[in-house]
Design a protein around this ligand. Structure first.
Ligand SMILES: Cc1cc2nc3c(=O)[nH]c(=O)nc-3n(C[C@H](O)[C@H](O)[C@H](O)COP(=O)(O)O)c2cc1C
Length: 380
């Protein structure tokens, strides 16, 4: 189960690259700024967020710890942050919405058939979801070597190796059995002649489907798994409310560019005001500040939250969120800012050429301005 969470595509070079690229980014310390009373709040997609990061949609979280999805939902409610609920989750979308009303965002895969996908969309609407994330970077589930070696598959198959693994981890095994072995909870058991298998193609998700979905879904629509500026512009023009820049934590294409390198290019392409979400490789509050400086309006975390749950259940999750929030706050103080909303490319030591420099950033709060640029905080 650890390998399923921690692993990535192929030789896992892309996953290491995601993190090393973020590590190389440097922030500019500023001094003698009054940074008392800092705020981590942020408004995004019409919602007030308690923190600038949320919980990425992840399938089969309950494998990590019995009731993991309930813990994620409770944490999202407590902190005022979004929690993604994957089509491949082990909790039904109706149940998740009931646990995290207004905070749960439904993530759609087009598996089984387009008709089945649209039925999921209708269920999401009927349950009261306000935000739908269409994930487009899994036309086919990639080869993950660790999963192959471990014989990990969904639906689950028990062999000798799994039997011994379970026997050597009794706390997890008994807890999981008592709670009911996790299963995919949103796929229709036998729809259009097909049940769900994880490796099945999702390759029919195309531009025509995006248009169809945009017509059907009246809530906010986010498209996840975008790395090309051209794709991002076309998605914006197709009427999506936000682009979610991500390489799926390098779980799909090992040869992916570091996702963080795509972010400023996409920001430059879609313009200063278009909503962008980012994930892939963020591991600390400093990392989150870096992504916001490189053009993200909001970020998501994946694996770290499941590591925390795997280590210490709900308490582990809460502790990690505290640590990340503290880390962001301390980082703000170091770079001379009071509010996450004030972060822009001027906090970077070497801002990428695509992003406007401090001199070019609007300071008059006009329509195209990003809110409250850093220099005003520093000088004022
Ligand atoms: C165990 C696991 C399951 C995932 N399942 C999904 C999924 O069902 N749908 C989806 O859009 N992304 C899925 N992702 C990708 C995450 O949403 C996110 O893009 C990625 O984890 C971010 O990278 P990070 O783990 O380095 O933070 C999954 C990630 C993990 C670790």
């Amino acid at each position: 189960m650890f390998d399923f969470v921690d692993g990535a595509a192929g030789a896992e070079v892309g996953e290491g690259l995601n993190r090393s690229a973020i590590r190389e980014i440097r922030l500019q310390p500023r001094v003698l700024v009054n940074v008392e009373g800092r705020s981590l709040k942020r408004r995004f997609l019409g919602q007030d967020m308690g923190l600038p990061f949320g919980i990425a949609p992840m399938g089969m979280c309950n494998l990590t710890w019995p009731g993991a999805d309930n813990m994620l939902a409770a944490e999202a409610m407590r902190r005022g942050i979004p929690v993604g609920l994957s089509t491949a989750a082990s909790t039904s979308l109706e149940h998740m919405h009931a646990m995290a009303p207004g905070r749960a965002w439904f993530q759609l895969y087009v598996a089984q058939s387009r008709q089945a996908a649209m039925r999921l969309v209708d269920r999401a609407e009927a349950s009261g979801y306000e935000v739908l994330i269409l994930t487009v970077d899994v036309p086919q589930v990639s080869r993950r070597i660790r999963d192959l070696r471990n014989g990990f598959q969904i639906p689950f198959r028990m062999g000798a190796r799994q039997f011994f693994d379970f026997a050597f981890h009794p706390r997890w095994s008994i807890g999981t059995l008592l709670h009911g072995a996790p299963k995919v909870a949103n796929f229709e058991a036998e729809q259009d002649g097909k049940g769900f298998t994880r490796g099945e193609s999702r390759g029919s998700t195309d531009w025509a489907f995006l248009d169809e979905l945009r017509m059907r879904w009246t809530g906010k629509l986010v498209v996840k798994g975008v790395l090309s500026p051209d794709d991002a512009v076309r998605i914006r023009d197709a009427g999506a409310d936000a682009v979610y820049v991500s390489d799926h934590g390098a779980r799909q294409l090992d040869a992916t560019p570091a996702a963080i390198h795509a972010l400023p290019r996409i920001r430059a392409a879609v313009g200063p005001d278009y909503p962008l979400i980012f994930d892939s490789g963020l591991r600390s509050g400093e990392d989150i500040v870096k992504a916001l400086a490189l053009g993200a309006d909001f970020v998501m975390l994946g694996r770290p939250l499941l590591y925390a749950i795997g280590a210490d259940g709900a308490r582990g999750l809460s502790t990690l969120v505290d640590v990340l929030a503290d880390d962001i706050s301390v980082t703000l103080a170091q770079i001379g800012l009071k509010r996450v909303e004030d972060i822009d490319s001027r906090v970077l030591v070497n801002a990428p050429a695509e992003l406007p420099t401090g001199a070019e950033l609007p300071t008059d709060g006009g329509k195209d301005a990003k809110p409250a640029p850093a220099a005003r905080m520093v000088e004022g």
